[in-house]
Design a protein around this ligand. Structure first.
Ligand SMILES: C[S@@+](CC[C@H](N)C(=O)[O-])C[C@H]1O[C@@H](n2cnc3c(N)ncnc32)[C@H](O)[C@@H]1O
Length: 409
Protein backbone atom coordinates (compact mmCIF):
# COMPACT_ATOMS: atom_id res chain seq x y z
CA UNK A 1 0.00 0.00 0.00
CA UNK A 2 1.28 3.48 -0.87
CA UNK A 3 0.46 6.99 0.32
CA UNK A 4 0.21 10.19 -1.68
CA UNK A 5 -0.93 13.80 -1.17
CA UNK A 6 -3.77 14.73 -3.56
CA UNK A 7 -6.34 17.51 -4.10
CA UNK A 8 -10.03 16.60 -4.46
CA UNK A 9 -11.24 17.87 -7.84
CA UNK A 10 -14.93 17.10 -7.30
CA UNK A 11 -17.39 14.84 -5.55
CA UNK A 12 -18.73 12.17 -7.90
CA UNK A 13 -21.92 10.06 -8.12
CA UNK A 14 -21.90 7.70 -5.17
CA UNK A 15 -20.54 10.44 -2.90
CA UNK A 16 -16.74 9.93 -2.95
CA UNK A 17 -14.25 12.68 -3.73
CA UNK A 18 -12.18 12.27 -6.91
CA UNK A 19 -8.54 13.29 -7.22
CA UNK A 20 -5.64 12.59 -9.57
CA UNK A 21 -2.56 10.57 -8.60
CA UNK A 22 0.92 11.54 -9.76
CA UNK A 23 0.79 8.71 -12.37
CA UNK A 24 -2.32 10.33 -13.96
CA UNK A 25 -4.93 7.82 -12.72
CA UNK A 26 -8.00 9.04 -10.84
CA UNK A 27 -8.47 7.97 -7.24
CA UNK A 28 -11.78 7.84 -5.38
CA UNK A 29 -11.72 8.72 -1.68
CA UNK A 30 -14.71 8.55 0.68
CA UNK A 31 -15.37 11.28 3.26
CA UNK A 32 -13.75 14.09 1.26
CA UNK A 33 -14.96 17.42 -0.12
CA UNK A 34 -14.16 19.33 -3.32
CA UNK A 35 -11.01 21.45 -2.91
CA UNK A 36 -9.59 19.54 0.07
CA UNK A 37 -5.95 18.45 0.12
CA UNK A 38 -5.57 15.04 1.75
CA UNK A 39 -2.99 12.34 2.34
CA UNK A 40 -4.52 9.16 0.88
CA UNK A 41 -3.56 5.54 1.42
CA UNK A 42 -4.25 3.55 -1.74
CA UNK A 43 -6.31 0.44 -0.95
CA UNK A 44 -7.31 -0.68 -4.48
CA UNK A 45 -5.07 -0.40 -7.52
CA UNK A 46 -6.59 -0.89 -10.98
CA UNK A 47 -5.14 -0.10 -14.41
CA UNK A 48 -7.31 3.01 -14.92
CA UNK A 49 -8.21 4.08 -11.39
CA UNK A 50 -7.56 3.56 -7.70
CA UNK A 51 -9.46 3.76 -4.42
CA UNK A 52 -8.10 4.98 -1.14
CA UNK A 53 -8.77 6.04 2.43
CA UNK A 54 -7.97 9.39 3.99
CA UNK A 55 -4.99 9.19 6.36
CA UNK A 56 -4.85 12.92 7.07
CA UNK A 57 -6.72 16.01 5.93
CA UNK A 58 -3.98 18.51 5.06
CA UNK A 59 -6.25 21.42 4.00
CA UNK A 60 -9.85 21.06 5.17
CA UNK A 61 -12.77 22.51 3.21
CA UNK A 62 -14.66 25.38 4.91
CA UNK A 63 -17.72 23.14 4.37
CA UNK A 64 -16.34 20.34 6.59
CA UNK A 65 -18.35 19.94 9.81
CA UNK A 66 -18.32 17.65 12.84
CA UNK A 67 -20.88 14.89 12.12
CA UNK A 68 -24.17 15.84 13.78
CA UNK A 69 -24.85 12.15 14.59
CA UNK A 70 -22.87 10.58 17.43
CA UNK A 71 -22.93 7.13 15.78
CA UNK A 72 -20.67 8.22 12.91
CA UNK A 73 -17.67 8.03 15.24
CA UNK A 74 -18.87 4.55 16.30
CA UNK A 75 -18.57 3.58 12.61
CA UNK A 76 -22.22 3.71 11.43
CA UNK A 77 -22.22 3.74 7.63
CA UNK A 78 -25.90 4.74 7.26
CA UNK A 79 -25.29 8.40 6.31
CA UNK A 80 -21.98 8.91 4.50
CA UNK A 81 -22.17 12.72 4.06
CA UNK A 82 -22.22 13.78 7.70
CA UNK A 83 -18.83 15.47 7.23
CA UNK A 84 -20.39 17.88 4.69
CA UNK A 85 -22.38 20.93 5.88
CA UNK A 86 -26.10 20.50 5.14
CA UNK A 87 -26.09 23.76 3.14
CA UNK A 88 -23.66 22.10 0.69
CA UNK A 89 -25.69 18.92 0.13
CA UNK A 90 -27.92 20.39 -2.56
CA UNK A 91 -25.19 22.24 -4.54
CA UNK A 92 -23.07 19.07 -4.47
CA UNK A 93 -26.00 16.95 -5.69
CA UNK A 94 -26.76 19.47 -8.46
CA UNK A 95 -23.10 19.34 -9.59
CA UNK A 96 -23.24 15.50 -9.72
CA UNK A 97 -26.40 15.61 -11.85
CA UNK A 98 -24.87 18.21 -14.20
CA UNK A 99 -21.80 16.02 -14.67
CA UNK A 100 -23.98 12.94 -15.38
CA UNK A 101 -25.98 14.87 -17.98
CA UNK A 102 -22.76 16.03 -19.71
CA UNK A 103 -20.95 12.68 -19.62
CA UNK A 104 -23.69 10.09 -19.84
CA UNK A 105 -26.62 11.90 -21.48
CA UNK A 106 -24.10 13.65 -23.79
CA UNK A 107 -25.70 17.08 -23.40
CA UNK A 108 -23.63 20.20 -24.03
CA UNK A 109 -22.51 22.33 -21.05
CA UNK A 110 -24.85 25.12 -22.23
CA UNK A 111 -27.83 22.75 -22.40
CA UNK A 112 -27.04 21.42 -18.94
CA UNK A 113 -26.77 24.93 -17.45
CA UNK A 114 -30.14 25.81 -18.91
CA UNK A 115 -32.01 22.57 -18.09
CA UNK A 116 -30.97 21.69 -14.52
CA UNK A 117 -32.99 23.32 -11.74
CA UNK A 118 -32.69 23.12 -7.96
CA UNK A 119 -35.77 21.63 -6.28
CA UNK A 120 -36.85 20.96 -2.70
CA UNK A 121 -34.98 19.44 0.20
CA UNK A 122 -36.38 17.46 3.15
CA UNK A 123 -35.45 18.31 6.75
CA UNK A 124 -32.02 17.03 7.67
CA UNK A 125 -33.23 15.42 10.90
CA UNK A 126 -36.15 13.26 12.07
CA UNK A 127 -37.80 13.01 8.66
CA UNK A 128 -37.55 9.33 7.61
CA UNK A 129 -40.79 7.41 7.95
CA UNK A 130 -39.52 4.16 6.39
CA UNK A 131 -36.27 2.55 7.52
CA UNK A 132 -34.76 -0.86 6.87
CA UNK A 133 -32.48 -1.74 9.77
CA UNK A 134 -30.21 -4.64 10.70
CA UNK A 135 -30.59 -6.79 13.84
CA UNK A 136 -27.56 -7.01 16.13
CA UNK A 137 -26.71 -10.27 17.98
CA UNK A 138 -28.20 -8.58 21.08
CA UNK A 139 -31.56 -8.24 19.26
CA UNK A 140 -31.28 -4.42 19.17
CA UNK A 141 -31.53 -2.50 15.86
CA UNK A 142 -28.77 -0.70 14.01
CA UNK A 143 -26.92 -0.18 10.73
CA UNK A 144 -23.84 -1.66 9.05
CA UNK A 145 -20.45 -0.06 9.49
CA UNK A 146 -19.14 1.63 6.36
CA UNK A 147 -17.69 -1.01 3.93
CA UNK A 148 -18.28 -3.83 6.42
CA UNK A 149 -20.84 -6.36 7.59
CA UNK A 150 -20.28 -5.43 11.23
CA UNK A 151 -23.22 -3.71 12.90
CA UNK A 152 -23.55 -0.61 15.08
CA UNK A 153 -26.47 -0.01 17.44
CA UNK A 154 -28.03 3.37 16.55
CA UNK A 155 -30.62 4.55 19.03
CA UNK A 156 -31.74 7.25 18.51
CA UNK A 157 -31.18 7.55 14.76
CA UNK A 158 -30.67 11.18 13.66
CA UNK A 159 -32.76 10.89 10.49
CA UNK A 160 -35.59 8.69 11.83
CA UNK A 161 -39.02 10.16 12.57
CA UNK A 162 -39.66 10.36 16.34
CA UNK A 163 -42.40 7.70 16.03
CA UNK A 164 -39.77 5.27 14.65
CA UNK A 165 -37.09 6.21 17.18
CA UNK A 166 -39.45 5.04 19.92
CA UNK A 167 -39.53 1.61 18.24
CA UNK A 168 -35.76 1.56 17.67
CA UNK A 169 -35.25 2.23 21.39
CA UNK A 170 -37.60 -0.48 22.63
CA UNK A 171 -37.66 -3.30 20.05
CA UNK A 172 -35.85 -6.61 20.54
CA UNK A 173 -35.74 -9.07 17.66
CA UNK A 174 -34.96 -12.78 17.47
CA UNK A 175 -34.40 -14.99 14.40
CA UNK A 176 -34.47 -12.24 11.77
CA UNK A 177 -31.55 -10.42 10.16
CA UNK A 178 -33.35 -7.25 9.08
CA UNK A 179 -36.47 -5.28 9.91
CA UNK A 180 -38.49 -2.65 8.06
CA UNK A 181 -40.05 0.05 10.25
CA UNK A 182 -42.68 2.41 8.86
CA UNK A 183 -44.92 5.14 10.24
CA UNK A 184 -47.49 7.47 8.74
CA UNK A 185 -46.34 10.96 9.73
CA UNK A 186 -49.85 12.30 9.16
CA UNK A 187 -51.75 9.43 10.83
CA UNK A 188 -49.32 8.27 13.57
CA UNK A 189 -49.89 4.63 12.48
CA UNK A 190 -46.85 2.37 12.77
CA UNK A 191 -45.83 -1.02 11.42
CA UNK A 192 -42.92 -3.46 11.57
CA UNK A 193 -41.97 -6.24 9.13
CA UNK A 194 -39.35 -8.84 10.05
CA UNK A 195 -37.30 -10.10 7.10
CA UNK A 196 -37.12 -13.72 8.27
CA UNK A 197 -36.83 -16.32 5.53
CA UNK A 198 -38.33 -19.15 7.58
CA UNK A 199 -41.09 -17.21 9.37
CA UNK A 200 -39.50 -17.86 12.80
CA UNK A 201 -38.80 -14.19 13.62
CA UNK A 202 -40.03 -12.70 16.88
CA UNK A 203 -40.16 -9.10 18.06
CA UNK A 204 -40.86 -7.89 21.58
CA UNK A 205 -40.89 -4.52 23.33
CA UNK A 206 -43.24 -2.78 20.89
CA UNK A 207 -46.02 -0.42 22.01
CA UNK A 208 -49.48 -1.97 21.49
CA UNK A 209 -50.42 0.28 18.53
CA UNK A 210 -47.74 -1.19 16.24
CA UNK A 211 -48.85 -3.63 13.51
CA UNK A 212 -46.47 -6.52 12.84
CA UNK A 213 -46.00 -8.75 9.78
CA UNK A 214 -46.48 -8.77 6.02
CA UNK A 215 -50.16 -7.87 6.28
CA UNK A 216 -49.49 -4.87 8.58
CA UNK A 217 -50.16 -1.51 6.99
CA UNK A 218 -50.10 2.21 7.66
CA UNK A 219 -51.87 5.13 6.03
CA UNK A 220 -50.22 8.34 4.94
CA UNK A 221 -51.84 11.54 3.68
CA UNK A 222 -50.03 13.12 0.72
CA UNK A 223 -51.30 16.20 -1.13
CA UNK A 224 -54.51 15.80 0.86
CA UNK A 225 -55.08 12.19 -0.30
CA UNK A 226 -55.13 9.28 2.17
CA UNK A 227 -53.05 6.35 0.92
CA UNK A 228 -52.83 2.78 2.19
CA UNK A 229 -49.29 1.34 2.33
CA UNK A 230 -48.62 -2.27 3.33
CA UNK A 231 -45.30 -3.04 4.99
CA UNK A 232 -44.21 -5.06 1.95
CA UNK A 233 -44.98 -2.26 -0.52
CA UNK A 234 -42.54 0.44 -1.62
CA UNK A 235 -43.16 3.94 -0.30
CA UNK A 236 -41.04 7.10 -0.41
CA UNK A 237 -38.51 7.36 2.41
CA UNK A 238 -40.37 10.13 4.21
CA UNK A 239 -43.69 11.96 4.20
CA UNK A 240 -41.85 15.17 3.25
CA UNK A 241 -40.16 13.35 0.35
CA UNK A 242 -43.53 12.13 -0.96
CA UNK A 243 -44.99 15.66 -0.80
CA UNK A 244 -41.98 17.22 -2.57
CA UNK A 245 -41.92 14.54 -5.24
CA UNK A 246 -45.63 14.79 -5.99
CA UNK A 247 -45.30 18.58 -6.34
CA UNK A 248 -42.27 18.21 -8.66
CA UNK A 249 -44.03 15.62 -10.84
CA UNK A 250 -47.11 17.87 -11.05
CA UNK A 251 -44.89 20.72 -12.17
CA UNK A 252 -43.09 18.56 -14.76
CA UNK A 253 -46.36 17.14 -16.11
CA UNK A 254 -47.20 20.68 -17.17
CA UNK A 255 -50.80 20.87 -16.01
CA UNK A 256 -51.42 21.88 -12.44
CA UNK A 257 -54.70 19.98 -12.02
CA UNK A 258 -53.97 17.18 -14.49
CA UNK A 259 -57.69 16.94 -15.08
CA UNK A 260 -57.49 18.16 -18.65
CA UNK A 261 -54.97 15.58 -19.82
CA UNK A 262 -55.55 14.55 -23.39
CA UNK A 263 -55.66 10.75 -23.27
CA UNK A 264 -54.65 8.04 -20.79
CA UNK A 265 -51.99 8.51 -18.12
CA UNK A 266 -49.47 5.69 -17.57
CA UNK A 267 -48.12 5.58 -14.00
CA UNK A 268 -45.22 3.19 -14.69
CA UNK A 269 -43.47 1.71 -11.64
CA UNK A 270 -46.50 3.14 -9.90
CA UNK A 271 -46.07 1.55 -6.43
CA UNK A 272 -49.17 2.10 -4.30
CA UNK A 273 -50.45 4.64 -6.84
CA UNK A 274 -48.84 7.70 -5.21
CA UNK A 275 -48.78 9.84 -8.36
CA UNK A 276 -52.04 8.62 -9.91
CA UNK A 277 -54.00 9.05 -6.67
CA UNK A 278 -52.65 12.49 -5.76
CA UNK A 279 -52.34 14.10 -9.20
CA UNK A 280 -55.18 12.82 -11.36
CA UNK A 281 -58.84 13.58 -11.02
CA UNK A 282 -60.86 10.35 -10.81
CA UNK A 283 -62.34 10.62 -14.32
CA UNK A 284 -58.90 10.57 -16.00
CA UNK A 285 -58.19 7.03 -17.27
CA UNK A 286 -54.97 5.76 -15.74
CA UNK A 287 -52.92 2.58 -16.11
CA UNK A 288 -50.67 1.76 -13.16
CA UNK A 289 -47.93 -0.72 -14.13
CA UNK A 290 -46.25 -2.22 -11.08
CA UNK A 291 -44.38 -5.50 -10.46
CA UNK A 292 -45.08 -5.89 -6.72
CA UNK A 293 -48.26 -7.71 -5.80
CA UNK A 294 -48.71 -5.94 -2.45
CA UNK A 295 -48.23 -2.52 -4.05
CA UNK A 296 -50.90 -3.41 -6.62
CA UNK A 297 -53.25 -4.46 -3.80
CA UNK A 298 -52.67 -1.05 -2.17
CA UNK A 299 -53.13 0.74 -5.50
CA UNK A 300 -56.54 -0.91 -5.99
CA UNK A 301 -57.63 0.62 -2.65
CA UNK A 302 -55.95 3.98 -3.22
CA UNK A 303 -57.45 4.36 -6.70
CA UNK A 304 -60.95 3.08 -5.90
CA UNK A 305 -62.56 6.31 -7.16
CA UNK A 306 -60.59 6.18 -10.42
CA UNK A 307 -61.50 2.51 -10.99
CA UNK A 308 -65.19 3.14 -10.26
CA UNK A 309 -65.58 6.38 -12.20
CA UNK A 310 -64.06 5.04 -15.41
CA UNK A 311 -65.47 1.47 -15.19
CA UNK A 312 -68.34 2.05 -17.63
CA UNK A 313 -66.41 4.15 -20.11
CA UNK A 314 -64.48 2.98 -23.17
CA UNK A 315 -61.30 4.00 -21.31
CA UNK A 316 -61.38 2.21 -17.91
CA UNK A 317 -58.58 2.73 -15.40
CA UNK A 318 -56.55 -0.37 -14.58
CA UNK A 319 -53.85 -1.67 -12.25
CA UNK A 320 -51.51 -3.99 -14.15
CA UNK A 321 -49.35 -6.30 -12.02
CA UNK A 322 -46.44 -6.66 -14.46
CA UNK A 323 -42.88 -5.65 -15.19
CA UNK A 324 -42.83 -2.61 -17.47
CA UNK A 325 -40.48 -4.53 -19.78
CA UNK A 326 -43.20 -7.16 -20.38
CA UNK A 327 -46.19 -4.80 -20.43
CA UNK A 328 -48.11 -4.35 -23.71
CA UNK A 329 -48.09 -0.58 -24.37
CA UNK A 330 -51.32 1.35 -24.96
CA UNK A 331 -51.79 4.85 -26.43
CA UNK A 332 -51.37 7.56 -23.79
CA UNK A 333 -51.20 11.33 -23.38
CA UNK A 334 -48.79 11.31 -20.44
CA UNK A 335 -46.33 8.79 -18.99
CA UNK A 336 -44.96 9.13 -15.47
CA UNK A 337 -42.11 6.65 -14.92
CA UNK A 338 -40.40 6.17 -11.56
CA UNK A 339 -38.13 3.11 -11.88
CA UNK A 340 -35.91 1.55 -9.22
CA UNK A 341 -32.23 2.56 -8.90
CA UNK A 342 -31.15 0.62 -12.01
CA UNK A 343 -33.30 2.91 -14.18
CA UNK A 344 -35.50 2.13 -17.19
CA UNK A 345 -33.00 0.62 -19.62
CA UNK A 346 -33.64 0.15 -23.35
CA UNK A 347 -36.50 -2.38 -23.05
CA UNK A 348 -38.67 -0.24 -20.78
CA UNK A 349 -37.86 2.90 -22.80
CA UNK A 350 -39.09 1.23 -25.97
CA UNK A 351 -42.35 0.15 -24.22
CA UNK A 352 -42.96 3.64 -22.83
CA UNK A 353 -42.10 5.37 -26.12
CA UNK A 354 -44.55 3.00 -27.89
CA UNK A 355 -47.41 4.72 -25.99
CA UNK A 356 -46.76 7.75 -28.23
CA UNK A 357 -47.30 9.94 -25.16
CA UNK A 358 -46.77 13.64 -25.86
CA UNK A 359 -45.14 14.06 -22.50
CA UNK A 360 -42.99 11.85 -20.27
CA UNK A 361 -42.05 12.65 -16.69
CA UNK A 362 -39.07 10.58 -15.57
CA UNK A 363 -38.33 10.26 -11.85
CA UNK A 364 -34.82 8.88 -11.24
CA UNK A 365 -33.19 7.91 -7.95
CA UNK A 366 -29.73 7.46 -9.44
CA UNK A 367 -28.03 10.33 -11.28
CA UNK A 368 -26.09 8.16 -13.76
CA UNK A 369 -28.92 5.69 -14.49
CA UNK A 370 -31.23 8.70 -14.89
CA UNK A 371 -28.86 10.35 -17.37
CA UNK A 372 -28.59 7.05 -19.32
CA UNK A 373 -32.40 6.87 -19.49
CA UNK A 374 -32.64 10.48 -20.65
CA UNK A 375 -30.24 9.73 -23.51
CA UNK A 376 -32.39 6.72 -24.50
CA UNK A 377 -35.58 8.82 -24.36
CA UNK A 378 -33.99 11.65 -26.38
CA UNK A 379 -32.90 9.08 -28.99
CA UNK A 380 -36.46 7.68 -28.98
CA UNK A 381 -37.86 11.08 -30.09
CA UNK A 382 -38.25 13.14 -26.91
CA UNK A 383 -36.79 16.51 -26.02
CA UNK A 384 -35.61 17.22 -22.47
CA UNK A 385 -37.23 20.41 -21.13
CA UNK A 386 -36.10 20.41 -17.52
CA UNK A 387 -34.41 18.28 -14.85
CA UNK A 388 -35.15 19.20 -11.23
CA UNK A 389 -32.82 17.96 -8.49
CA UNK A 390 -34.41 17.03 -5.16
CA UNK A 391 -32.65 16.21 -1.90
CA UNK A 392 -34.87 13.56 -0.32
CA UNK A 393 -32.17 11.60 1.55
CA UNK A 394 -30.45 13.94 4.04
CA UNK A 395 -26.79 13.26 4.91
CA UNK A 396 -26.40 10.79 2.04
CA UNK A 397 -25.28 11.11 -1.59
CA UNK A 398 -28.60 9.69 -2.85
CA UNK A 399 -30.11 12.00 -5.45
CA UNK A 400 -33.62 12.20 -6.85
CA UNK A 401 -34.34 13.95 -10.15
CA UNK A 402 -37.59 14.72 -11.93
CA UNK A 403 -37.24 15.32 -15.67
CA UNK A 404 -39.86 16.65 -18.09
CA UNK A 405 -39.69 15.49 -21.72
CA UNK A 406 -41.89 16.47 -24.67
CA UNK A 407 -42.25 14.39 -27.84
CA UNK A 408 -40.63 16.12 -30.81
CA UNK A 409 -43.11 17.10 -33.50
C1 LIG B 1 -38.94 3.94 -6.93
S1 LIG B 1 -40.37 2.98 -6.65
C2 LIG B 1 -41.62 4.12 -7.12
C3 LIG B 1 -43.02 3.81 -6.66
C4 LIG B 1 -44.04 4.94 -6.75
N1 LIG B 1 -43.96 5.65 -8.01
C5 LIG B 1 -43.89 5.89 -5.59
O1 LIG B 1 -43.36 6.99 -5.80
O2 LIG B 1 -44.29 5.56 -4.48
C6 LIG B 1 -40.28 1.84 -7.95
C7 LIG B 1 -41.45 0.87 -8.01
O3 LIG B 1 -41.28 0.04 -9.17
C8 LIG B 1 -41.57 -1.30 -8.87
N2 LIG B 1 -40.77 -2.05 -9.85
C9 LIG B 1 -39.47 -2.43 -9.79
N3 LIG B 1 -39.09 -3.00 -10.95
C10 LIG B 1 -40.17 -2.96 -11.77
C11 LIG B 1 -40.39 -3.36 -13.12
N4 LIG B 1 -39.42 -3.92 -13.84
N5 LIG B 1 -41.60 -3.14 -13.67
C12 LIG B 1 -42.60 -2.58 -12.93
N6 LIG B 1 -42.45 -2.18 -11.64
C13 LIG B 1 -41.25 -2.36 -11.08
C14 LIG B 1 -41.20 -1.48 -7.41
O4 LIG B 1 -41.95 -2.52 -6.83
C15 LIG B 1 -41.55 -0.10 -6.83
O5 LIG B 1 -42.88 -0.09 -6.37
Amino acid sequence: MSNENVTIERVVAGGDGMARLADGRVVFIGGTITGERVNVEITTNKKDFARGNVVEILDASPHRVAPPCKFVSAGCGGCSWQHLAVAQHMPTKVAIVQEALRRTAKLSPDQVDELVKTGGQVSSQASRTTLRMAVLPSGKLGFRRAASNDLVETSPCLVAHDALNELIASAKVKNAAEVTLRCGASTSERGVWLHDEHGRGQITGLPSDVGVGVEALVHEVVAGVRLRVMMTSFFQSSHEAAELLVAAVRDAAGDRSLSGIDGRVIDAYGGVGLFAATLLSADVPVTVVESSESSCRDAVVNLTQHLVQTRDTSEPSEIVNSNVEQWKPVEAGLVIADPARTGLGPQAVSRLAATNAKRIVLVSCDAVAGARDLRLLIDAGYELEQTTVLDLFPHTPHIETVSALQRRA
